[in-house]
Ligand binder design. Structure first.
Ligand code: GLN
Length: 473
């Protein structure tokens, strides 16, 4: 079977009878089997997916009208709830836990007949940039299995890269959809904060978290966004802003004004060949008639620190619910309640998660709150103001998605700070809550590894962002 690059291709083949839904699902299951060594899936729901496919084929034969995503095969990151299916956030602490309800995003996809094929591996509680902090071991990059796929939605990116599903749902708190998308050569969309309900997304940093889409085409990202977005009674932070018909919007062909952040391109941490790739991407935008200009920005050196202060603070609170009593793993070794808490958490959480809970607790502590947490909030406010200032004059901001291509497995495990610094270009969109998309931009000259460029737009500017991305994809 050919590799489908858009749902439109699948849909036309299903309608004209070139293939059945069972064929489509079976093909992805075969691909999952063939790519097992990449460690993409924590669990595959093969029989269930085939049964749903069969019933869709029967409904189609009977002339019934099917949903807008009939036959669309999607994987979900192991932080997104699907009723009566396991979800563990890549952590031992949720071992054996089964979702009691479906995330709103999942519910909306199912209501349109999407078929969920399995849950993908990820960094534990989405904390990481390499997929190596998972309890289930690292996922490998299909472009070079000795390298990381990025993270935390690393396996979601590889799931699309290795053609094991058409689209993947991930989550993006500081770049987790866009960074792995770039490192694996696929598209990654992080919507505006609140565009998609977070109900049923296991929380990491609640004021940052957002469900995102990894795909081969901008069209599919737009279609999924359109179906998942919108107000939700279960999440008061989900926006009530009307949802445009993202999937049918056409670009008016007018040139756009694109700003690139000069200090980002001049940053000493930026790999030379990534810089050259970024430069040629900007040149191609100019050649296509868009106005491309450098802008100044003086917060680049502060946003990583601020991001890690704020997200660890939120994480330390969010993860307090995993106490060995209510969910998942409970220690067998404890003799009283306090020991149950202590030992269950000690045994259940991995090193990176413990580091972040401790850091988050520290920055919130009475003696240090003002020095860290309150200051980081001020940086966040300044960042929003600077970005809004840029959007007064420009439609989009463009910058690389990552400072380097995918690095070798194991390299960042001993140096978490180096790993944190690799998020330098992605965290701004989460700090400001604005939408951003990572688009494949070719390969890194000397290693041949995939690279991606990122475009950011003002809050709720997805319609313009997606139609611009379509023209340059
Ligand atoms: N790498 C970042 C972190 O570890 C981003 C993770 C994410 O977006 N979930 O926090």
């Amino acid at each position: 079977m050919p590799k489908y690059s858009t749902y439109q291709e699948v849909k036309s083949q299903l309608i004209d009878g070139t293939c059945t839904t069972v064929d489509v699902v079976q093909n992805y299951l075969d691909r999952i089997e063939a790519s097992k060594e990449l460690n993409i899936y924590v669990e595959v729901w093969a029989e269930e997916a085939l049964a749903i496919a069969k019933s869709q084929d029967e409904r189609r034969q009977n002339g019934e009208e099917l949903g807008r995503l009939a036959g669309l095969v999607v994987s979900i990151k192991d932080v997104i709830c699907y009723q009566d299916h396991k979800v563990t956030a890549g952590s031992k602490i949720l071992d054996g836990f089964t979702s009691l309800f479906s995330a709103t995003a999942v519910q909306r996809l199912l209501a349109e007949d999407a078929i969920i094929i399995g849950r993908t591996n990820c960094d534990e509680f989405a904390m990481g940039s390499t997929n190596e902090t998972s309890y289930y071991g690292p996922t490998r990059n299909a472009a070079d299995p000795e390298r990381i796929p990025g993270g935390s939605s690393g396996a979601a990116a590889v799931a699309v890269q290795a053609d094991t599903c058409l689209v993947a749902l991930g989550s993006d708190t500081g770049g987790s959809v866009r960074q792995p998308a770039a490192l694996c050569g696929v598209i990654g969309l992080k919507p505006t904060y609140g565009r998609i309900s977070r109900h049923g997304l296991l929380a990491y940093g609640s004021s940052f978290d957002q469900i995102g889409v990894l795909s081969n085409s901008v069209a599919d990202a737009a279609l999924l966004l359109e179906i998942m977005a919108g107000a939700d009674d279960f999440d008061s932070t989900a926006s009530t802003e009307a949802v445009p018909a993202y999937s049918t919007l056409k670009n008016d062909g007018k040139p756009s004004k694109v700003a690139y952040i000069r200090p980002a391109l001049e940053h000493p941490g930026l790999d030379e060949e990534v810089r050259a790739n970024a430069q040629s991407f900007l040149d191609s935008l100019k050649a296509a008639g868009h106005e491309v200009e450098a802008v100044e920005f003086d917060l680049l050196d502060y946003i990583i620190s601020a991001y890690y202060v704020l997200t660890t603070a939120e994480a330390s609170s969010n993860l307090s619910r995993y106490d060995g009593i209510r969910y998942g793993h409970r220690s067998d070794e404890s003799e009283n309640l306090l020991e149950t808490y202590q030992k269950s958490r000690t045994e259940g959480f991995g090193t990176e998660v413990k580091r972040r809970i401790m850091l988050g607790t520290f920055v919130l502590s009475a003696g240090y709150y003002d020095a860290y947490y309150a200051r980081a909030q001020k940086v966040r406010r300044l960042l929003v103001e600077q970005l809004n200032g840029i959007f007064v004059d420009y439609d989009f901001i463009c910058l690389p998605a990552t400072p380097t291509p995918a690095w070798p497995l194991g390299e960042s495990l001993d140096d978490p700070v180096a790993m944190y610094l690799s998020d330098i270009y992605t965290v701004a969109a989460n700090m400001a809550g604005i939408p951003a998309i990572s688009l494949p931009s070719g390969t890194h000259g000397s290693t041949g590894l995939p690279l991606g460029m990122q475009l950011m737009a003002p809050a709720f500017g997805e319609a313009d962002l997606l139609s611009f991305a379509t023209t340059i994809q």
